[in-house]
Design a protein around this ligand. Structure first.
Ligand SMILES: N[C@@H](CCC(=O)N[C@@H](CS)C(=O)NCC(=O)O)C(=O)O
Length: 202
């Protein structure tokens, strides 16, 4: 098994956090996004979308998409469960995974891609769209704050993939001013807690 990884990028980081929480080790190969290695014909043969992370299995097959890779690893290493255990936990956790993905993570990424100087020469930017995405991501932080007023973690009583995706999104979101507001005390409490887990260093 081999993981195509990139130390500085947020999607690979959520996978690294997941791997650290599972306590497993996977050999990695760094792909230099800064030098456009993800866009080379060689890498596009590995993932036609030209993105990391990608997990290469021993039979040569490959899984891209960070959450799909986490699902695969969860099936191989069920403990600790990071997608829920009971039917209720699985359903509620999945609901929050999707909400975090579409309302927070994707808005953070769109904002970065459309407003940040790093992306200026890498793609066409529509700054107004990026600004709208920032507003949407920050608005969703309000909903997360409410949720974290009623539960310790986003999925409920247990730390899960929903927390990992939100943690990755907020840590990366700082770069484009997506963050917990001063009155988001529940979200701030949660962020402090997840940031002290050893996996946060991933
Ligand atoms: N939906 C994918 C997104 C992967 C993605 O966008 N990866 C970025 C790094 S965070 C990438 O490889 N970008 C390469 C590039 O822009 O050339 C996932 O969850 O893994």
């Amino acid at each position: 098994m081999k993981l195509y990884d990139s130390n500085t990028a947020p999607n690979p980081r959520r996978l690294r956090i997941f791997i650290a929480e599972k306590g497993i080790e996977i050999p990695t190969e760094q792909v230099d996004i800064g030098k456009l290695a993800t866009r080379s014909p060689e890498f596009r043969a590995i993932n036609p979308l030209g993105r990391v992370p990608v997990l290469e299995l021993d039979d040569g097959s490959r899984i891209a998409e960070s959450i799909a890779i986490c699902r695969y690893l969860e099936a191989l290493h069920p403990e600790p469960a990071l997608f829920g255990t009971t039917p209720n936990e699985v359903g509620v956790t999945e609901m929050w995974i999707h909400r975090v993905e579409y309302e927070l993570a994707q808005n953070v990424f769109h904002c970065f891609q459309n407003t940040h100087d790093y992306m200026k020469d890498r793609q066409q930017q529509v700054p107004e769209f990026g600004d709208l995405c920032r507003d949407r991501a920050n608005a969703f932080c309000g909903l997360l704050n409410e949720r974290l007023g009623e539960a310790q973690f986003i999925g409920g009583d247990h730390y899960s993939m929903a927390d990992i995706s939100a943690q990755m999104s907020l840590d990366f979101g700082k770069v484009v001013k997506v963050r917990a507001a001063e009155n988001h005390t529940n979200l701030q409490r949660w962020h402090k807690e997840v940031s002290t887990r050893p996996s946060a260093a991933a």
